[in-house]
Design a protein around this ligand. Structure first.
Ligand SMILES: NC(=O)c1ccc[n+]([C@@H]2O[C@H](COP(=O)([O-])OP(=O)(O)OC[C@H]3O[C@@H](n4cnc5c(N)ncnc54)[C@H](O)[C@@H]3O)[C@@H](O)[C@H]2O)c1
Ligand SMILES: O=c1ccn([C@@H]2O[C@H](COP(=O)(O)OP(=O)(O)O[C@H]3O[C@H](CO)[C@@H](O)[C@H](O)[C@H]3O)[C@@H](O)[C@H]2O)c(=O)[nH]1
Length: 434
């Protein structure tokens, strides 16, 4: 089937490449000419495992092309997926829907055949209804443009696998529309592979995304609240998380204590969810998500406090090393990175902060030019009095602490899973666990 994917960023590029690999003819459309130019020459515009290969394969088979032109999009297909950003609105906790509306409006201005617009971006409930109204005002007479919602649960770092075999597919449809059979046909390879499909109304589909991210965020803040409690009570949070996670009704995922969640999705989606609930007059129903957000932010402050404490309360001029800049390992995405937030706070407090990350340094440099960057993990630690482990790259776990050359009486502030803390203690480090 011919489809377009409007917005070829962290969601859209893997989605376009993944759908091409399932045999569809996909045209990716992006407003950023640099992104389009990179994709047209077979390059991934950001680091994502398997993406470059998937783009090259898609181009080689003729299933994947890219453009900046909406008119070309309208010529290529009658099924259009919107995957543009929905960040937190400036000065408010609501989602900023301007890119989604702009994409839908522009499409409606060029479409000249009956078509389907599928919103993949994460949006608050009611957005697709708004889009349908806007489109009806802009579409040429006699042309029916239907709107469907199909939020995506893809994780960065394993996006290609997630697109090819999603955990589930959600399809929100307008009553009496043609979307369901068209999209069942499109997703036939996934459905044949046993991927569950839930067909529902537009608002419920939109809410599925916010609810799923809210649940993941709540689990992480729950375990971090337990970590704070365990610290005060003298209990062991790792053992505690292990035991509760062994209950199959609870499960082990999203119970890793530490620095908490970052990235472009969880924080803005829980804030937007609470803002939506408040607009609907039921803000109290999601009040707990404000606590989830507060706990998450508090962890960043606690990591800073542990480092300052290790320096006797005075970080001014002190050499500090930070391992990690990406918001999670495996990728170069630094959006709302807890690691960089902590590094910037310590710099602000007067410390001399040297950061190392295997992939994200070039992005970090742009956003935080005030920090110093090392070319490798070992060099970052040279002379440091405190090392903070803030992103769980496996590369860090493979380093023998005995080979490092820190300053005198060094402290490791360990805020992510992976390091063998006994090994670090044996190498002469004081280990301070977040
Ligand atoms: N990043 C993820 O892992 C992920 C997973 C699931 C859902 N989502 C959701 O997907 C949406 C996109 O997120 P992202 O992380 O891919 O963002 P992103 O910033 O990485 O990419 C968005 C792309 O859209 C392009 N764009 C912006 N406005 C446009 C327009 N009007 N027309 C064409 N292109 C336009 C940008 O140039 C950019 O390349 C958001 O709603 C997000 O919440 C993201
Ligand atoms: O036990 C855990 C698990 C994760 N994290 C942190 O949580 C953040 C988010 O991790 P993850 O969920 O893997 O990253 P994303 O790629 O942002 O994916 C989330 O956000 C996407 C965008 O909405 C959704 O599609 C995905 O389903 C959802 O997992 C990262 O900073 C992790 O370090 C923890 O602190 N503890």
């Amino acid at each position: 089937m011919n489809i377009t994917v409007i917005g070829t960023g962290r969601l859209g590029a893997p989605y376009a490449a993944g759908m091409a690999s399932l045999g569809h003819h996909v045209l990716g459309v992006d407003a950023n000419p640099d992104t389009v130019a990179a994709l047209q020459t077979g390059k991934a515009p950001f680091a994502e495992p398997g993406l470059a290969e998937a783009i090259t394969n898609g181009a080689a088979t003729g299933h994947l092309t890219f453009t900046g032109s909406y008119a070309e999009a309208a010529r290529h297909a009658t099924v259009h997926f919107i995957a543009v950003p929905t960040p937190q609105r400036t000065g408010s906790n609501h989602h900023d829907l301007s890119d989604v509306y702009a994409a839908a409006d522009t499409l409606a201005g060029v479409i000249d055949k009956n078509s389907l617009i599928v919103v993949k971006s994460s949006v608050p409930a009611g957005t697709c209804d708004q889009i349908a109204t806007r489109i009806a005002q802009r579409a040429p007479s006699g042309v029916r443009i239907e709107v469907a919602a199909s939020p995506d649960f893809m994780r960065e770092g394993c996006s290609i696998a997630d697109v090819r075999r999603p955990s589930r597919i959600v399809l929100g449809v307008q009553p009496g529309g043609a979307a369901e059979p068209i999209l069942r046909d499109l997703w036939a390879p996934c459905l044949a592979d046993g991927v569950p499909l839930v067909v529902t109304d537009l608002k419920t589909a939109e809410l599925c995304k916010l609810a799923a991210n809210a649940f993941l965020a709540t689990r992480i803040s729950f375990v971090n609240a337990l970590a704070m409690f365990s610290d005060a009570a003298g209990a062991n949070i790792d053992d505690l998380a292990e035991v509760i996670g062994r209950d199959t009704r609870i499960g082990r995922h999203y119970l890793a204590p530490g620095l908490g969640f970052g990235g472009s999705c969880l924080s803005k989606d829980i804030r937007g969810f609470v803002a939506l609930a408040t607009d609907l007059g039921v803000g109290h129903s999601l009040e707990f998500l404000t606590a989830v957000d507060d706990i998450n932010q508090a962890r960043r402050g606690q990591a800073v406090d542990l480092a300052v404490k290790a320096l006797g309360g005075d970080p001014d001029g002190q050499p500090i090393a930070v391992w990690g800049a990406a918001f999670k390992p495996g990728i170069d995405d630094i959006r709302d990175s807890p690691a960089l937030d902590v590094a910037a706070c310590l710099h602000e407090a007067g410390a001399h902060v040297t950061v190392y990350d295997p992939l994200a340094i070039s992005h970090a440099r742009v956003e935080h030019p005030e920090l110093t960057y090392a070319t490798d993990a070992v060099a970052a630690v040279d002379g440091a009095r405190v090392l903070l482990h803030l992103t769980a790259w496996s590369e860090f776990a493979a380093i023998d602490p005995a080979t490092l050359t820190p300053g005198p009486i060094p402290t490791l502030v360990d805020a992510r899973p992976g390091l063998d803390r006994d090994l670090w203690r044996a190498a002469g480090w004081t280990v301070s666990v977040l």
